[in-house]
Design a protein around this ligand. Structure first.
Ligand code: ATP
Ligand code: MG
Length: 377
């Protein structure tokens, strides 16, 4: 991007310049020119920053759109783009947006969180992290599931970095967000179409088709939210074990159902029952990310998908779960920790065969957690 654009954008966005620079701000939400909220450390609150009026806010959004070769106007009232620093921005303008031009900026951070950070925040236990390492090593087909902003992309990024060095990873995303630290990584990004300018759309499905011809060992789809789900499932089932993606769902079972629904979105001739069986037999692990009421983001479940039972229900067993034991009186922060549930994954024999340093005793829950786990079950 030319520096002219960068300067113009920086100038137009100067009312929120301090927020964009502040590394402790992770998200900026603009609900019309005079109402701005930020997220810091997982908590959302209002800040005094204001744009002069809707026109000046709109002008900055037009510049952002222009810088990525797009337009935002009454015919194109929505925009998903990236700022020069890589931050993700989503915009909806009036009359669709009733508060005035509405914007959310997910700040880009150079320093992506690693497994160590997640452990130090208490969002995953050291044992569970080691377990996920083993899962990545063994190449289990894994979905990272969670609600909006729950930490899915962060988790996928962390997991991607734990894959064996010898593997060729092919990453497909709508907007390149993942920065997987591995030796052999190929990254693809989709492109929006623009008929007037003769630009053809390139979808995740298109890139998936190419990816499969490019000799990937594992495929990672940043966000699975359309019929590409079926392609990913097929890839997982045909020799690209250890492929991964994220889906929007609130529980591990919900993630299975979500994937199934997405598979059916395409013009597939495969009947729903067969798709469900495919999901049940192909998908192996679910890492559930959750955002709790105290603002904390935690890995709430690490679960194994075992298939579909005779009633057509997914059989999903939790291996680790985050349990709450209390609440800090002053801060309102939840107290709790991630514990094993006692369920030993069906593929534990592979741990032994591969001499992975993860003894079976690590799946045993601590005494204190047993009643809590029972109650939740
Ligand atoms: N375990 C965690 N603890 C604290 N902060 C986290 C944790 N995981 C992610 N974050 C932060 O939360 C924000 C959202 O994370 P991320 O982008 O991974 O979420 P997401 O679920 O992919 O969101 P979206 O649904 O918008 O794609 C980021 O600023 C990230 O740094
Ligand atoms: Mg994401």
């Amino acid at each position: 991007m030319s520096s002219v654009f960068q300067d113009a954008i920086a100038n137009l966005l100067s009312p929120i310049g301090d927020l964009l620079k502040d590394p402790s701000v992770s998200e900026i939400m603009i609900n019309g020119p005079h109402e701005i909220f930020v997220e810091k450390k997982g908590l959302v609150f209002r800040v005094p920053n204001k744009f002069l009026d809707d026109e000046s806010l709109m002008a900055s959004m037009r510049a952002v759109a222009q810088s990525v070769g797009r337009v935002i106007d009454s015919d194109n009232p929505r925009l998903d783009a990236r700022l020069p620093d890589g931050s993700r921005i989503a915009v909806v303008i009036p009359p669709m947006a009733k508060n005035g031009t509405t914007v959310a900026i997910r700040k880009f951070s150079e320093e992506k969180l690693g497994l160590k950070d997640l452990i130090s925040f208490g969002s995953i236990s050291p044992d569970a992290a080691r377990f996920l390492d083993c899962v990545m090593y063994l190449g289990k087909n894994t979905l990272v599931s969670g609600g909006t902003g729950s930490g899915k992309t962060t988790m996928l990024n962390v997991l991607g970095g734990r894959m064996p060095k010898t593997q060729r990873l092919l990453i497909i995303e709508d907007a390149a967000e993942l920065q997987i630290k591995a030796e052999h990584v190929v990254q693809f990004e989709t492109r929006k179409g623009n008929r007037e300018r003769g630009i053809k759309e390139v979808t995740i499905r298109d890139l998936m088709e190419s990816a499969l011809r490019l000799r990937p060992d594992r495929i990672i789809v940043g966000e699975v939210r359309g019929p590409e789900a079926l392609d990913l499932l097929n890839a997982m089932g045909t020799g690209h074990d250890g492929s991964m993606g994220t889906v929007h769902a609130n529980t591990p079972e919900g993630a299975c159902t979500r994937l199934e629904t997405l598979c059916l979105m395409g013009e597939t001739k495969i009947p729903p029952d067969a798709i469900r069986k495919m999901v049940g037999s192909t998908l192996q692990m679910i890492v559930q990310c959750s955002r709790y009421h105290d603002g904390g983001r935690r890995t709430s479940h690490i679960s194994e998908v075992l298939g579909v039972d005779e009633h057509g229900r997914y059989v999903v067993r939790d291996i680790f779960r985050w349990v709450q034991t209390g609440k800090e009186a002053q801060t309102g922060k939840f107290i709790g920790e991630m514990v094993p549930t006692g369920y030993v994954p069906s593929f534990f024999d592979e741990f032994i065969a591969n001499k992975l340093p993860f003894p079976k005793t690590n799946f045993k829950p601590p005494e204190w957690a047993i009643p809590i786990l029972k109650k939740a079950a």
